[in-house]
Design a binder for this molecule. Sequence first.
Ligand code: HEC
Length: 186
Amino acid sequence: MKKLLIAFTAIALPFFSVAHAEDNPMLLKSRALAAQLPPKLLAVLKAEIEKSGPEGAIQVCKDEAPKIAGELSRESRSTIRRVSLKSRNAVRSTPDTWEQGVLEEFDRRAAAGETPATLEKGEKVGNEYRYMKALPVQAGCLACHGTVDKIKPAVKAMLEKHYPDDTATGYSEGHIRGAISVRTLL
Ligand code: HEC
């Protein structure tokens, strides 16, 4: 009987610890919150690109991206923003030490074969729960984040005007452009 119990515990423990990670309410909340940002941003971006091309959408992206992230933050009592190892808007998007480590981890995991779109990480750090979700480059991103030879002169001109220190070009589809970062006070 004792042997049986030990065997059961050995099988059941890893199972329960996996289930526990998935049930973590902070992980689920952060994941759900992060999932709201891209569709909201893309809707604005798409509408503006249709109206006035990618060059016209740059100003909108600059004004609307932080507004949308700010609204989501206020509604949720978490702080949500985008970060990148190669930022366009360094004031808003420069990662802190934890975010930098996770972005580097995402790049390593993608290089090792994990699908960029599924990369996420959540953990308790001090008195906060922190979460990040990778943002892979899709075809539609290349107009403004692709290799320099493929970016239209009008887009280049707008980027130079608004972001003289831009480092967020040179990407190809599937690269990790950055991540959504969510932090919640516990
Ligand atoms: C119309 C041009 C345009 C397109 C298309 C575009 N972006 Fe951007 N992106 C920008 C601009 C402008 C900023 C800087 C926004 C700011 O000032 O906060 C930016 C910033 C970002 C940031 C924040 C980090 C940083 O560099 O400051 C991420 C992450 C990002 N873009 C990812 C994407 C992804 C992923 C796509 C495709 C799904 C995409 N972008 C498509 C123009 C664009």
